[in-house]
Design a protein around this ligand. Structure first.
Ligand SMILES: [Zn+2]
Length: 275
């Protein structure tokens, strides 16, 4: 899991989200409403949201989570199985955040479903860098560094699940090989091949593992956890340290353009048009 800051939504789309939240809040305001009814009303409001603004929101979320590739990442487990809008704070527990932009992320179905009945308090990867609350252990599992990190690992099963832990350890080794290949290609003056290896790291799954390696490299105390080959590769090509930030910024711009295109198709209701 790593930081996925969200780009801003076009004002028209944000207005639509805010309107929907206000309407839902009004329908839940009556204190006599039972929990069951509140849940049913929230589910209904969510299911009814099928407008073009939803397409914009989905496009922006996919772009924040994925590497601008057809494969869709899950912001929690970083696998390629992203397929759905997830509420960081589940709408069943926090209906007041059902249509709140920074509570929405792109996730895979197992991560989304798995956290439904768990505590609401987890790291929101759009607002906070998870690496401040969790670290990657030598088994490939994420481990909490504080109560919020602990809660996140307990809530999102994929963060400590045998198959995923193994896949993260494999990614660690694969990244190391790709970095070596990148350095060799640069040394030969073959920029085209170097770019292929760079993209392989940034566009493959588990960029959270790569982010964890970079974090460790930057911290003299944690450098002991970075393999000697990876240390050597980064020391010889320090631009590797900025790859992820530069790539994330570029792909958010791509997302902005796609979202603006979708937003241009939204018709403003006559009553909302400025005179
Ligand atoms: Zn997932």
């Amino acid at each position: 899991m790593r930081h996925h800051p969200q780009a801003a939504l076009p004002p028209l789309v944000l207005d639509d989200l805010n309107d929907r939240q206000s309407k839902l809040n009004r329908s839940l305001a009556d204190k006599r409403t039972t929990d069951e009814t509140r849940k049913a009303r929230t589910d209904r409001a969510w299911a009814r949201w099928k407008s073009k603004s939803r397409k914009c929101v989905e496009a922006q979320l996919k772009c924040s989570a994925s590497a601008g590739q057809p494969r869709e990442r899950c912001v929690y487990c970083e696998s390629d199985g992203g397929s759905t809008i997830d509420h960081v704070e589940p709408r069943a527990k926090t209906p007041a955040k059902t249509f709140v932009w920074d509570n929405l992320v792109w996730a895979c179905s197992p991560c989304n479903q798995g956290k439904l009945d768990k505590p609401a308090s987890i790291v929101n990867p759009t607002k906070t860098d998870p690496l401040g609350h969790m670290m990657l252990s030598s088994t490939g599992a994420w481990v909490g560094l504080d109560p919020l990190g602990d809660n996140t690992v307990k809530t999102v099963r994929a963060l400590d699940e045998q198959a995923m832990n193994r896949a993260r350890l494999d990614a660690l080794v694969t990244h190391e090989l790709m970095l070596l290949k990148y350095c060799q290609a640069i040394a030969r003056g073959d920029e085209r091949e170097a770019d292929i290896w760079k993209r392989a790291v940034l566009e493959g799954p588990f960029t959270d593992v790569f982010a964890a390696t970079i974090r460790r490299y930057r911290d003299p105390v944690l450098q002991v956890f970075v393999s000697r080959a990876t240390m050597k590769a980064i020391a010889s090509r320090p631009e590797i340290l900025d790859w992820l930030d530069v790539h994330d910024r570029a792909r958010r711009t791509t997302g902005d353009a796609e979202v603006a295109r979708l937003a241009s198709k939204i018709r403003v209701p006559k009553s909302n048009r400025r005179r």
